[in-house]
Design a protein. Structure first.
Length: 147
C-alpha cells in the first residue's frame, strides 16, 4: 500500500545578520516612561512599547551622550556638547561638563601642553612620564611659585 509522503519540511533559512554597517541600533530614553528604547538608525520617531509615547529621534549626526542624574539616578540623554542637562524626573540641572569635556594642563616638568578628561586627578606626560596633578586649583600653584 502506498505510504503517503509527508510534506518535506523546508529548513528555515539561516538568518544572517547584516554585516557591520547594516542596520545599526541606537538608543534613546522614552519621553513618557523614561525607559531606554532601541531603534534602528534612520528612524525619525520611536513609539514606546511600554507607554506608547512617541519620542522624536534627534536628527542624524547628533551625537548623544548619557549621564546619570546626580539626585535621582535616572539615566538622562543629552546632545553631546551640552553643558547642562535638566533631569525630567526631579528637574535638577546636572552639569554635563565632566562627561564630555577635555581640559588642558601644562606638564609640571617639561611644560608640554597635555590634554586630559575633565575631572581627572592627574595626567601623565607622554613625553617625560612626569605625573602632573590637576586636582589642585591654579591658585595653589601660584602660591607655591610666589612663596
Ligand atoms: Zn515609554
Ligand atoms: Zn533626577
Ligand atoms: Zn612632561
Amino acid at each position: 500500500m502506498p505510504v503517503p509522503l509527508a510534506p518535506y519540511p523546508t529548513p528555515p533559512a539561516p538568518y544572517t545578520p547584516p554585516a557591520n554597517g547594516g542596520t545599526q541600533q541606537s538608543q534613546l530614553v522614552c519621553c513618557g516612561c523614561r525607559n531606554l528604547l532601541l531603534y534602528p538608525v534612520g528612524a525619525t520617531s520611536v513609539c514606546c512599547a511600554v507607554c506608547n509615547a512617541v519620542t522624536a529621534v534627534p536628527p542624524p549626526g547628533t551625537e548623544m551622550a548619557q549621564l546619570v542624574c546626580g539626585a535621582c539616578h535616572t539615566l538622562l540623554m543629552y546632545i553631546r556638547g551640552a553643558t547642562s542637562v535638566q533631569c525630567s524626573c526631579c528637574h535638577i540641572v546636572n552639569l554635563a561638563l565632566e562627561a564630555n569635556q577635555v581640559a588642558h594642563v601644562n606638564c609640571g616638568n617639561c611644560r608640554m601642553l597635555l590634554m586630559y578628561q575633565y575631572g581627572a586627578r592627574s595626567v601623565k606626560c607622554a613625553v617625560c612620564n612626569f605625573v602632573t596633578s590637576v586636582g589642585a586649583s591654579a591658585s595653589t600653584v601660584d602660591q607655591k611659585f610666589s612663596a
